[in-house]
Design a protein around this ligand. Structure first.
Ligand code: SAH
Ligand code: SF4
Ligand code: F3S
Length: 455
């Protein structure tokens, strides 16, 4: 070691808890990356952690409140440490962005508050927190995109996320995301392609492109023109070794022709699409400011199915939005049956501070919301079971991702994202293999190996 080489930083243990969407999962991994050069290594529990980050979600009241109960538990843990100084607590993500002041007031033992667009500054925030009493806050929407300052992601297994788009300009009347994540931003295509090539070179076979409105992607192309998501996908498909591409979450209004055609032309693009519609009632869609009607949505699905007949769809639904009548709810049920969604996430409408819908008259009672949610979820479960049952006997190319709980068992995902279990040699992890589906459990399929090399 030369005299000018600084000593390595002391080893410190980092525990990150992630709430909310896949963007947060991606961000948590990046926070760990950005802190690694400071000597932070991951630990599995807060009990022995030197630093705890709660990467939070503000989308519904329950998610936000969970943060405060978890903070209460962390405080007890912090108090057992010497001087209470030996554990740094950071709140990151969308609750930090939206409710920073409330967190400082309710949980003054929090050391760092950092928003979703400024976490690349964590090393500096940690250093500042070590020097000063009281909370260090960074909830800016910085002009420099955080991606320019984050280390290149490492591959962890055969699947990976790449965040390509952030933020939202849609302002649905129920939603906090435009406030917590800020305006729409698309990463330059060259950066995305570089990240993808690096991941594939390190063994990744499946990439999921992420964004709050991923199909609103309009990134700068290498020739300075602008590429949409369909074009980006075509370029990604040229990467040797990349077997599968997925993308989430999309908005029906941003489904352009080029992206729809990619469902026919890009062979790696999986025939499963999460395209949230929220409601089947035009009155409610208008009140939600979704900027499309039920028929617009149907037309998008028809066009997509023209390009890819075996496309399977999933959606998000909100029940009990203000002024939702029985007839409005029935229109949602009818649409679910008509489109034959094979999967869905469904939620009771939750009033969120600062959003227009929270002030709307005719709020729906919690009892009715609960009733409607139960009806909707029963229907979706039934459709999911029907779809899973229809897969028995079929052959799918499955990317095997990890070992199962039973010895000799491997787990993968079908093209339709169903978990698939098979007895096979663990050498096959990371391979796409041909399997025949032999049995169905509630949320997964059992299969047998036909060919260790997929067609
Ligand atoms: N950008 C995506 C969704 C992001 S939020 C889209 O436009 O579809 C994920 C899901 O949370 C939404 O699709 C919606 O179904 C649900 N959600 C958002 N705000 C909500 C609220 N206030 N109450 C209940 N569910 C909500
Ligand atoms: Fe929220 Fe609507 Fe934006 Fe989706 S499109 S993130 S639901 S405001
Ligand atoms: Fe939640 Fe923020 Fe994602 S509010 S759903 S973590 S964008």
């Amino acid at each position: 070691m030369t005299a000018s080489t600084p000593p390595p930083p002391p080893r410190r243990k980092l525990f990150i808890k992630t709430y909310g969407c896949q963007m947060n999962v991606y961000d948590s991994a990046r926070m760990a990356d950005v802190l690694a050069p400071q000597g932070f290594v991951a630990t599995e529990s807060p009990d022995d952690a030197d630093m705890v980050i709660l990467n939070t979600c503000h989308i519904r009241e329950k998610a936000a409140e969970k943060v405060f109960s978890d903070l209460g538990r962390l405080r007890a843990l912090k108090d057992t440490r010497r001087n209470g100084q030996d554990m740094t607590i950071a709140v990151a993500g969308c609750v930090a962005q939206a409710e920073g002041a409330e967190i400082s007031a309710r949980a003054p033992y929090v050391d760092i508050l950092v928003g979703p667009q400024s976490y690349h500054r964590l090393p500096e925030l940690v250093a500042r927190a070590a020097r000063k009493q009281g909370v260090v806050i960074d909830t800016d929407f910085p002009s420099e995109p955080k991606f320019d300052y984050l280390p290149t992601p490492r591959a962890e297994g055969p699947t990976a996320f790449i965040s390509v788009q952030e933020g939202c300009d849609k302002f649905c009347t129920f939603c906090v995301v435009p406030y917590t994540r800020g305006a729409e931003y698309s990463r330059p295509a060259a950066d995305v392609l570089r990240e993808a090539r690096g991941l594939v070179a390190a063994g990744v076979r499946e990439i999921t492109l992420l964004g709050q409105n991923v199909n609103a992607y309009h990134g700068e192309a290498p020739d300075r023109s602008t590429w949409g998501l369909g074009r980006l996908m075509r370029e990604l498909s040229d990467i040797d070794g990349l077997a599968r591409i997925r993308y989430t979450t999309s908005h029906p209004r941003d489904m352009d022709e080029e992206l729809m055609a990619a469902h026919r032309d890009v062979l790696q693009l999986m025939p499963f699409l999460h395209l949230p519609v929220q409601s089947g009632s035009d009155k409610i869609l208008a009140a939600m400011n979704r900027q499309h009607t039920r028929d617009d949505y149907r037309r998008v699905i028809d066009r997509l199915r023209n390009y890819r007949a075996d496309l399977v769809l999933s959606s998000d639904f909100i029940v009990g939005f203000p002024d939702e009548s029985d007839a409005d709810f029935q229109a949602t049920i009818d649409l679910i049956e008509e489109i034959k969604f094979a999967q869905a996430y469904s939620f009771k409408y939750s009033r969120r501070p600062g959003t227009p819908a929270t002030a709307m008259k005719s709020q729906v009672s919690e009892t009715i919301k609960a009733e409607r949610l139960a009806i909707l979820q029963t229907l979706i479960d039934h459709q999911l079971e029907t779809f899973n049952a229809s897969c028995v006997g079929r052959e799918f190319d499955v990317l095997l991702t990890h070992a199962g709980r039973h010895s000799g068992q491997l787990v993968g995902r079908s093209p339709y994202l169903q978990p698939v279990y098979v007895n096979a040699d663990k050498q096959l992890i990371g391979q796409v293999v041909k399997l025949r589906m032999t049995e169905v459990a509630t949320y997964s399929l059992g299969a047998e190996l036909i060919d260790a090399k997929a067609a």
